[in-house]
Design a protein around this ligand. Structure first.
Ligand SMILES: NC(=O)c1ccc[n+]([C@@H]2O[C@H](COP(=O)([O-])OP(=O)(O)OC[C@H]3O[C@@H](n4cnc5c(N)ncnc54)[C@H](O)[C@@H]3O)[C@@H](O)[C@H]2O)c1
Length: 371
């Protein structure tokens, strides 16, 4: 059944055990044809899943969501994607167009009725839908706040009503301007004034986390929280401010690679391949309930070094140029100087470790953009 493109949504029934093996082989065949799909390398935790489940992935047509859908369907699960395609795209899921395991419902998490239909019969919810990207947040602050707070509350309300375990994607943005050497989950948030609109994303994600913690403590709901650090890879688009696809795209066209600020600010980039596996491992860890867990790699690189690496890797003639924040963002914009995750909780709970470095990230993004 192709993903539904409007009209009555098709929500697949649970797979019978007999059909599970068949579905696994069918899916492997179809998504293996996608050049941006990596076969699963089983980890101990993932092997523990013996039977097929039905997942709801909000934001499943997005960058991270679509890689998660690849992973879950390859394992043999049923997946319902709920997405309004604002920053995600149907083409991210085209490798599943013949799959019986995937249903795609177009709708907004701000619409509780549409969301209710999508949650029918699901075993687990992974809530990724959000207004993302700095350009998007500063241009549409009110809409972004509503999606990231009210939309998440709608998802949590349904999870509570149905007693469905839910994992929510938070962000390293909750740490704000905290430049500690290694940010741990209990560290303080240091955020700027609410007048500086960029912090509204950080605040909204922190409220999501607080709701998830409270639902666990007060209502006993199985909630999980992943704090994602910069995640990069194929299917991420640069138009909302994501730095790696923006740099690679410019480099491939020999256009200027624009650094905002001094370029001395540092970031840590994780490959979506590794981050999706970390997210799944957290979703399956009984010790990860009701607490935030950092998902990121600790290899740090300055934005200037990133620009040089992109230029070198893509063999580009681009010039590297600098733009002040005032030229790009509203006046008074504040950036974060560095953000380095402490990922020891993730590693100790799940045994996860990253497999791909920044060079592989740039190469994979470049081959995706060149396709
Ligand atoms: N990529 C990163 O580096 C990163 C870092 C920190 C946190 N995150 C979080 O991870 C999640 C996924 O982000 P991503 O990078 O894949 O971005 P993305 O924009 O590709 O994915 C977000 C998805 O949510 C959908 N969406 C937005 N508003 C919606 C609404 N009202 N109703 C239904 N769907 C809606 C979009 O269409 C998109 O498919 C988000 O919650 C984001 O905040 C990502």
């Amino acid at each position: 059944m192709p993903p539904s493109q409007g009209g009555a949504p098709h929500i697949p029934d649970r797979l019978s055990p007999q059909n599970l093996a068949l579905a696994r082989s069918d899916t492997s065949k179809s998504i293996a044809q996608s050049p941006y799909y990596w076969p699963t390398k089983p980890t101990g935790l993932i092997d523990q899943i013996a039977s097929a489940l039905k997942y709801l992935v909000t934001g499943g047509a997005g960058f991270i969501g679509s890689h998660l859908v690849d992973f879950l369907t390859e394992e043999g699960h049923q997946v319902v994607v709920f997405d309004d395609f604002s920053t995600g795209s149907k083409s991210n899921l085209k490798q599943h167009s013949d799959s019986k395991q995937l249903a795609v419902i177009e709708g907004s998490i701000l619409d509780p009725n549409a969301l209710k239909a999508a949650t029918k019969g699901v075993d687990r919810i992974i809530h990724l839908a959000a207004a993302v990207g700095l350009f998007n947040i500063v241009q549409h602050p009110l809409r972004s706040l509503r999606i990231n707070i009210t939309g998440s509350e709608n998802v949590f309300d349904l999870a509570l009503e149905n007693k469905t375990p839910v994992l929510v994607a938070s962000s390293s943005e909750v740490y704000g301007k905290n430049t500690a050497d290694s940010l741990s989950e209990d560290d303080d948030r240091i955020v700027g004034s609410p007048q500086k609109i960029r912090w509204s994303y950080s605040d909204a994600k922190a409220i999501d986390e607080s709701m998830a913690v409270a639902l666990n403590v007060q209502a006993g709901l199985e909630t999980r929280i992943v704090r994602l650090f910069n995640t990069v890879g194929p299917r991420q688009m640069g138009q909302y401010g994501m730095v790696v696809p923006r740099f690679v795209s410019a480099a491939l066209k020999d256009e200027p690679i624009e650094i905002y600020g001094t370029g001395k600010q540092t970031r840590c980039f994780g490959h979506v391949y590794d981050i999706v596996r970390a997210l799944i491992a957290v979703d399956r860890s009984p010790h990860a309930i009701g607490r935030p867990i950092n998902l990121g790699v600790s290899q740090e690189i300055s934005i200037l070094d990133l620009a040089k690496k992109v230029k070198e890797t893509t063999n580009s003639d681009s010039r590297i140029v600098f733009k002040s924040y005032d030229e790009i963002y509203p006046r008074g914009f504040e950036d974060t100087e560095r953000r380095v995750p402490n990922n020891s909780l993730l590693k100790s709970l799940t045994g996860w470790s990253e497999t791909k470095n920044i060079d592989e990230i740039i190469q994979d993004v470049a081959s995706f953009l060149k396709r």
